[in-house]
Write a protein that binds this ligand. Structure first.
Ligand code: 5GP
Length: 349
C-alpha cells in the first residue's frame, strides 16, 4: 500500500480542529447558497479566496486571525453553523478519521445567541453520528481577546452544556491571538470548568513568552496545542523545556499550520523532531484544515516524509493519540480499532 493510501486508511483521531478554520471551499460555497436562499446579506463572495493561507503566502500568524472573520460571516445563523458542522465532520470521516474533538468559540450574531450557536453545533454532531461511524465531541473555545465577563459567560455555557450532554461536550480550550491577554486572567474560569468535569487544552508557546508558558504547564492542562517556543532552540528556555518533559502533557502538533503561519521556517526544522526524539506524547492534528488547505491524512504523510518515519512508526503515533482523547470511556475502543488496522497491514511494532 502506498503512503498516501496508508495515511488515508489509517484510523486517526483529530484532537485540534477549529470549526470555522476547517471550512472547505465547497462548504463555504454551500453556506453562500444557504444565505442567498434565506435572504441573508452575504458580503463574503469577494473574500473567500483570501481564506486560504497556502504555502508561500506572505501572511503570518497575526494576519491569520483576520481570515476567520470570513468564515464567521458565513456561519452567522444556527442553520449555517449546523450545515458547517455536518459538512466538516463528513470531510474528516471521508479522510479516515474515527474520532474527532471539534472546537469552536460560541458567538453572538444578529441571528443567534452564543447558546444557540453551541446548540446548533451539537445538533450537527448528533445528525452526523446517524450518518457515519466517526465519533464526534465538542470542545468549547475561549478567545484570548474576550473580556472577563465574556470569559465567565463562556465557562458557564460550557459547564451547563457539559452537565446536560456530558457525552458530547468534553472540554474547554484557550485560543485566539496569542499576543493578546494574559493567561492568569483565564485561570479562574478554566479552574471552574475543570472542577465541573471538563478537560482542558491550551494553545501554548505559539509565541515566545516563557513566563506564561511556565504558568500554563504548571496549571496542568490535559493537553496543549502547538508547543513551539519551549525548547531553547525555538526561543524557549531550559526551565520550561524541562518542565514540559517532566509534565507528560500530550501535545497537539500542527505541522502545516506552523509552517504556513511562519511560526517555524520549514517542515524540516519543525519542532516535531525534538518532541518525538524526547519521547513526548504527540497527537498530529490539522488546526484549520480549510485555512491551511490540508487534511489529517496529509499531516501524517508530511510527517512520515519529512522525518523519515516508517509506516509502523506513523501508525504507532496514531495509536498513541487515542490515549489522549478527552472522552476517556472510548480510549481503549478506538485504540483497538487502530491496532486491528496495524495487525492487518503488518505494521505492529
Ligand atoms: P472558531 O472558534 O470560530 O470555530 O474557529 C476560529 C477561531 O479559532 C479563531 O477566531 C481563533 O480564535 C481560533 N484559532 C484558529 N486557529 C488558531 C491558531 O492557529 N492559533 C490560535 N491561537 N487560535 C486559533
Amino acid at each position: 500500500m502506498d503512503l498516501y493510501t496508508f495515511c488515508r486508511e489509517l484510523p486517526k483521531v483529530e484532537l485540534h480542529a477549529h470549526l470555522n478554520g476547517s471550512l472547505s471551499k465547497s462548504t463555504m460555497m454551500e453556506l453562500q447558497r444557504y444565505l442567498a436562499d434565506s435572504g441573508i446579506r452575504d458580503e463574503t463572495n469577494a473574500f473567500t479566496d483570501e481564506f486560504v493561507l497556502g504555502a508561500g503566502d506572505t501572511r503570518t500568524l497575526s494576519d491569520c486571525f483576520q481570515v476567520f472573520s470570513i468564515a464567521h460571516a458565513l456561519t452567522c445563523t444556527p442553520e449555517a453553523i449546523e450545515i458547517a458542522t455536518c459538512l466538516t465532520l463528513q470531510e474528516f470521516q471521508a479522510d479516515g478519521c474515527c474520532y474527532i474533538e471539534l472546537r469552536s468559540t460560541p458567538r453572538n450574531t444578529p441571528h443567534m445567541t452564543k447558546e444557540q450557536c453551541v446548540a446548533a453545533i451539537l445538533q450537527g454532531i448528533q445528525k452526523s453520528s446517524l450518518q457515519h461511524p466517526m465519533e464526534s465531541r465538542l470542545i468549547i473555545s475561549i478567545n484570548r481577546s474576550s473580556n472577563k465577563d465574556e470569559v465567565e459567560e463562556i465557562a458557564d455555557l460550557a459547564i451547563e452544556f457539559h452537565r446536560k450532554q456530558p457525552e458530547l461536550v468534553v472540554g474547554i480550550e484557550l485560543s485566539g491571538n496569542p499576543t493578546v491577554g494574559e493567561f492568569k486572567m483565564f485561570v479562574p474560569a478554566l479552574t471552574r470548568a475543570k472542577l465541573a468535569g471538563l478537560k482542558i487544552t491550551l494553545h501554548c508557546g505559539e509565541v515566545c513568552n516563557p513566563k506564561e508558558i511556565l504558568e500554563m504547564i504548571e496549571f496542568r492542562p490535559d493537553r496543549i496545542g502547538h508547543a513551539i517556543c519551549i525548547h531553547p532552540k525555538y526561543g524557549g528556555t531550559k526551565e520550561i523545556w524541562t518542565a514540559l518533559c517532566k509534565s507528560s502533557i500530550p501535545i497537539e502538533v500542527c505541522l502545516t499550520s506552523n509552517v504556513n503561519t511562519k511560526s517555524v521556517p520549514s517542515y524540516d526544522s519543525h519542532h516535531f523532531k525534538l518532541l518525538y526524539d524526547a519521547g513526548l506524547p504527540i497527537a498530529i492534528s490539522t488546526d484549520d484544515k480549510g485555512v491551511f488547505a490540508t487534511s489529517l491524512s496529509q499531516e501524517y504523510r508530511i510527517c512520515a516524509d519529512t522525518f523519515n518515519l516508517s509506516k509502523a512508526q506513523i501508525a504507532q503515533l496514531a495509536r498513541n493519540a487515542c490515549q489522549f482523547v478527552f472522552d476517556t470511556r472510548i480510549r481503549n475502543k478506538i485504540q483497538e480499532h487502530v491496532t486491528e488496522f496495524m495487525n492487518k497491514n503488518n505494521t505492529a511494532i
